[in-house]
Design a protein around this ligand. Structure first.
Ligand code: V47
Length: 380
């Protein structure tokens, strides 16, 4: 894939510290931790975009993938009380909710048509719901919607369920897989730095446990996504370290499918005094993740958090995926996201084409999905 001689460069490298990094990327060489820190410290966004776009086009040409999924959050009750989170509530909070199994199955079916290829299921760490309850929930979904891929439970939820069931993480993952879980979403990774974790999510599993849970999932044949939460109190070193640690696990397991950088939304959290992320930072995160994560195939621009406008531009800054027509997202909207809860398919196609990319609808495993337009009547 890497040409013998790189095409002539049309970008002036404003920040000369990036020159050796540009040379490495053009030669297809792996970047190291120090390169990551240098890129995070650089304001030369166009040189980062030049490099990230080159790598993106080597891997995926002009294709931008999207999918049609429904988010299901069975409960917002959570024992963790993370400062970063506006979603979780204490069990006795009068505003907290927990769905019954029947409600989960019914919510999943709302607006269900052949258009939905994935249910993305995550929730709080509920002190009373058992592993058996979640296995019944999953088995019931599989029975009712056998064609839909079940992407369910973050590494944090898996570790909590294991602890409550007094089982190992491996046994817990096996039980969930047997019940019908097809893969795991990437949430809960936040930032692996212990210093930052102590402040933003001190009751969650630590970074090593998150990575170990992911490794175990991959070992038993469950692939997963991975994420990084940025735009709070992290440093350039924390960000580069996070990416290098994900990359090291991926070298061993090849189980991560997609990386999603997540912008911190401070509203309604204990960190509400922090400023909102900027478009500049969002695009920088997309570009640097594409460059550092040379072994993770896909980089997703999650429009729910970065706005459709920035997610569109991200398609020329290293991203090759734009999160799909998400239906009913709660975690970001509770934290003040003002984006719509879903995008119409026609809007998504227009955004992608306008960026000079070719839209391809995918399933969770990135297999192209072909349909007649009429199958989308529910969402369009
Ligand atoms: O784990 C929580 C983050 C994640 C806030 O795997 C917050 O395809 C910003 O993981 N501001 C959930 N972020 C979302 C997530 C995700 C999203 C899209 C696709 C996929 C995938 C995964 O959101 C949480 C946490 O990291 N989060 N609170 C907040 N106030």
């Amino acid at each position: 894939m890497i040409p013998d001689r790189p095409a002539p460069r049309f970008t002036k490298i404003e920040d000369t510290r990036l020159k050796p990094i540009v040379e490495k990327v053009e030669a297809g060489e792996r970047l190291n931790f120090e390169d990551g820190v240098t890129m995070y410290r650089s304001p030369d966004l166009l040189t980062l975009a030049y490099m990230a776009n080159m790598v993106r086009e080597r891997l995926h040409g002009d294709i931008t993938y999207f999918n049609v999924n429904r988010h299901i959050n069975p409960t917002d009750v959570c024992v963790a009380s993370c400062r970063l989170c506006a979603f979780g509530k204490r069990v006795r909070d009068p505003h907290a909710y927990t769905m019954s199994l029947e409600q989960v199955w019914e919510v999943a079916g709302k607006g269900y048509s052949e258009a939905v290829t994935e249910f993305h299921i995550v929730g709080g760490l509920h002190p009373e719901l058992s592993l058996d309850w979640f296995c019944r929930m999953i088995a019931g979904l599989k029975e009712r919607y056998p064609a839909v891929h079940l992407k369910a439970f973050t590494m944090v939820e898996v570790a909590y369920l294991a602890k409550r069931a007094r089982l190992s993480v491996r046994e817990t993952l096996e039980r969930l897989k047997d019940a019908g879980v097809d893969s795991l979403p990437g949430g809960g990774a936040e930032i692996f730095s212990e210093r930052v974790r102590r402040i933003i999510c001190d009751h969650k599993i630590d970074g090593d446990e998150w990575l170990e849970t992911a490794r175990t999932a991959h070992e038993i044949g469950l692939r997963s996504n991975c994420t990084m939460l940025y735009g709070h109190i992290e440093t350039a070193e924390d960000l580069a370290d996070h990416l290098v640690r994900l990359r090291a696990v991926q070298d061993q397991t090849n189980g991560f499918v997609t990386f999603i950088p997540l912008a911190f939304h401070p509203a309604n959290t204990a960190l509400a005094h922090l400023p909102q992320t900027s478009g500049f930072n969002d695009l920088k995160q997309i570009a640097i993740s594409r460059l550092m994560l040379d072994n993770i195939p896909h980089i997703k621009a999650y429009w729910i958090m970065m706005t459709p406008a920035v997610a569109q531009i991200a398609q020329r800054f290293g991203a090759n995926d734009i999160d799909g027509t998400v239906v009913e997202e709660k975690i970001y909207h509770d934290a003040g996201a003002t984006t719509a809860q879903h995008l119409r398919r026609s809007d998504l196609l227009r955004l992608i084409r306008e960026a000079g990319r070719e839209p391809v609808e995918r399933d969770t495993s990135y297999r192209p999905v072909s349909r007649t337009e009429s199958a989308f009547t529910v969402l369009v």
